[in-house]
Design a protein around this ligand. Structure first.
Ligand code: COA
Length: 173
């Protein structure tokens, strides 16, 4: 088995991405058009994990504003001109291909952010992934009522997290 690696997503990867999303996120479904919009608006943030010539995972990110959280299954409309973060919408990988791949995707997004003059990464952690994101340098933001309302569509476990890229290059837990 060849080592899984990330490459930029192409339009032809779309159905593969949607299939993995349906498998990994049955409780947080999004319409295929919502994925397509992100791929069209910001292809540079979209990657697929390739293993044995097949797609084993995907990562989607786009410029956004801190403390603004796009609702799950919602359209972005357009990207903000005054973006102050790269927002990682989702990283999802088939179970057999996990291990080091979220770190590799975040490293790519970090490089993209730096190249774009953006100094912060943002995401909403779901399920029990908060310790994983902390390991990658993200810190939870204590939500006020407004932030809590914006997190609603992501379910009970949702935590808004930020990573300041001025911090350590390779955080240790
Ligand atoms: C999230 C997901 C992509 C992570 O992939 P992965 O390849 O297992 O992630 P990594 O191995 O790169 O993990 C990153 C770091 O977190 C660590 N980590 C993983 N799980 C952890 C946990 N429960 N507690 C603490 N650290 C954890 C890893 O050891 C790694 O640290 P290291 O590089 O210093 O060893 C994968 O689990 C997945 O697809 N999950 C389902 C979808 C999902 O929850 N997506 C996230 C939505 S917010």
């Amino acid at each position: 088995m060849s080592k899984p690696h990330w490459r930029p997503a192409r339009v032809s990867d779309f159905l593969g991405i949607v299939a993995i999303a349906a498998q990994i996120h049955p409780d947080l479904p999004e319409r295929p058009k919502v994925f397509m919009e992100k791929m069209q608006l910001y292809p540079r943030g979209c990657g697929v994990l390739v293993a044995n010539d097949a797609i084993a995972g995907y990562g989607l990110a786009h410029p956004w504003k801190q403390a603004e959280i796009p609702p799950l299954d919602g359209f972005l409309g357009r990207l903000p001109e005054d973006a102050d973060c790269l927002y990682v919408h989702d990283v999802a990988v088939l179970p057999d291909f996990r291990g080091g791949v979220a770190r590799a995707y975040v490293a790519m997004i970090e490089e993209l952010a730096r190249a774009s003059g953006i100094a912060t990464l943002a995401l909403v952690s779901v399920y029990a992934t908060r310790p994983l994101w902390e390991r990658l340098g993200f810190r939870p933001v204590t939500p006020d009522a407004e932030l809590r309302a914006k997190l609603t569509s992501y379910g009970e476990s949702a935590t808004y997290m930020l990573r300041d890229l001025a911090g350590p290059q390779r955080p240790v837990g």
